[in-house]
Design a protein around this ligand. Structure first.
Ligand SMILES: Cc1cc2nc3c(=O)[nH]c(=O)nc-3n(C[C@H](O)[C@H](O)[C@H](O)COP(=O)(O)OP(=O)(O)OC[C@H]3O[C@@H](n4cnc5c(N)ncnc54)[C@H](O)[C@@H]3O)c2cc1C
Length: 460
């Protein structure tokens, strides 16, 4: 619990106007996009420099106060929710592009810049930062680094970790360190960049990020393929990846998701399992890939195949995929959406998605399944009324069973959303003795456990 003198101390560091204990500010930073209950922080602080972050952490560490970094608050696992109160470090005002090194295809940014804003700027220069999360209009680069986010383009371009060259980090005791370099590769010492990326704000606060970038492709094409059976769609994905196609995105939506997206967005796609596939390349290469994809889909009983290459037509075709999450949300107002984010080896994806269908039937629940099929990353939303304890309990258990199944298939609990507060009970099962190594690292870097407590580890 913070005292008046703590608030005064924080005001002295960042200025009184950048500290708030007002109820609306506390509430605005008490929930992310997950279903967990709101937890109010004691205070919200908006730092504007690395030095201020350092002074805040030094003070908080001395007092043993929790500090929770917050980017766009768009996580799906309770990642930035201040479950133990304390200081909410809102980093979204630190959003400058500090340096753009066009010749090296590199950019240095503060953590609060939003993915779409950064890419809008880079696009004018013929470059982009590829991962493309579904939350691109709210996710900050700091939040993406902390969650090691990815998204639709990971199948071709990889995940956030693959693009982070260097980080400026404030440690729990206020020390400022820089990890990594501007070189594209390095074998110098332990890979601390890799360690901090994906650490969900539990090891340090990122205040500067150097990203490597990609050149924009000459041509972009989109294909939408509809199937009657989900298993056919999943098998087509497997063969596309296995037999050498190089898509920049392969997204799958089940029939339920297609139906509500049509209804909510006024679209008229076939309400059956559908693949959304994107290719980047030159004109000839893209056309060749589209033709090959069509062949593979037809081999798997595809019933409709549409393509688009102009920006406007692509946007129209892609709209169902981009609006899937919101369409589900609007269809079930006042219901909890319990998100799953398992990722399995691509050869087991078909089996995984079939298992989700079985669970829905067995438990009488509405489950939506969609996701980054090209990576074997399946997103699920189990719908449950919170006030119906039985239904809510079944929904949680069903999500757990999906995760257990994914682990049994050699997969992981979290493909891209992180562990947060919600999936931490699975950590011993997924990591075994290596969880002790993670605990040891945490103990060295944050011995008092002030940084984002109640996350990743099942017990403190
Ligand atoms: C509709 C929708 C679609 C989504 N689609 C995707 C998707 O395709 N792929 C994907 O990966 N995710 C997706 N997400 C999840 C989420 O948007 C991403 O994980 C995103 O990167 C979180 O960024 P954020 O800025 O909102 O971070 P927050 O939610 O604010 O924080 C995320 C974590 O990072 C920590 N943190 C934030 N900033 C810093 C910092 N500067 N230093 C240290 N720690 C920090 C927080 O404490 C927290 O643990 C989706 C979410 C929604 C609602």
């Amino acid at each position: 619990m913070l005292m008046d003198r703590d608030i005064s101390e924080l005001q002295a560091i960042v200025g009184a106007e950048n500290v708030s204990v007002r109820q609306p500010d506390l509430e605005a930073h008490s929930v992310d996009e997950s279903w967990i209950d709101a937890h109010l922080p004691d205070v919200v602080v908006w730092p504007t420099s690395t030095e201020q972050v350092s002074a805040i952490l030094k003070y908080a560490n001395g007092r043993g106060l929790p500090v929770v970094p917050w980017g766009g608050g768009s996580s799906l696992e309770g990642n930035p929710v201040p479950v133990m109160g304390g200081i909410l470090l809102a980093l979204y005002r630190m959003k400058a592009i500090l340096e753009l090194r066009e010749d090296d295809l590199q950019v240095v940014v503060q953590p609060g810049i939003v993915y779409d804003e950064l890419n809008a700027h880079l696009r004018r220069l013929g470059m982009f930062f590829p991962p493309a999360p579904g939350s691109a209009d709210v996710a900050t680069i700091g939040g993406m680094v902390a969650n090691n986010s990815s998204g639709m383009r990971a199948v071709k371009y990889g995940v956030t970790r693959d693009y982070v060259l260097k980080l400026k980090i404030v440690l729990a005791d206020g020390r400022i360190i820089t990890v990594g370099s501007n070189a594209k590769k390095s074998t110098s010492g332990y890979d601390l960049v890799g360690l901090f990326v994906g650490s969900e704000g539990t090891l340090g606060v990122v205040t500067e990020i150097t990203l490597r970038l990609m050149g924009l492709p000459e041509q972009v094409a989109v294909a939408v393929a509809s199937f009657d059976e989900l298993s056919d769609a999943a098998q087509a994905v497997y063969e596309a990846v296995r037999y050498g196609l190089d898509p920049s995105a392969v997204e799958i939506l089940d029939a339920n998701t297609m139906r509500v997206t049509n209804e909510q967005q006024g679209l008229s796609f076939r309400p059956t399992p559908t693949l959304f596939v994107e290719f980047h390349g030159n004109e000839a290469g893209v056309q060749e890939q589209l033709a090959y994809l069509r062949e593979l889909c037809e081999d798997h009983h595809c019933v409709e195949f549409q393509t688009a290459t102009t920006a406007e037509a692509r946007e129209k075709l892609w709209s169902a995929r981009s609006e899937a999450h919101d369409s589900i949300k609007f269809t079930h107002p006042r219901c909890a959406m319990i998100a799953g984010d398992v990722c399995v080896p691509i050869s087991r994806f078909s089996e995984m998605i079939a298992y989700v269908g079985e669970l829905a039937g067995e438990n009488g629940l509405t489950i939506y399944a969609f996701g980054h099929a090209g990576d074997g990353n399946l997103h699920t939303e189990v719908i449950a009324r919170r006030e119906d304890k039985d239904e809510f309990g079944r929904a949680l258990k069903t999500t757990d069973r999906m995760i257990e199944h994914a682990l049994a298939l050699g997969g992981t609990v979290a493909g891209e959303h992180g562990v947060g507060a919600i999936k931490r009970h699975f950590m011993p099962r997924e990591h075994g003795a290596s969880l002790d190594v993670m605990r040891a690292i945490k103990a060295v870097l944050d011995p008092q456990g002030i940084l984002n407590p109640g996350k990743i580890f099942p017990t403190l």
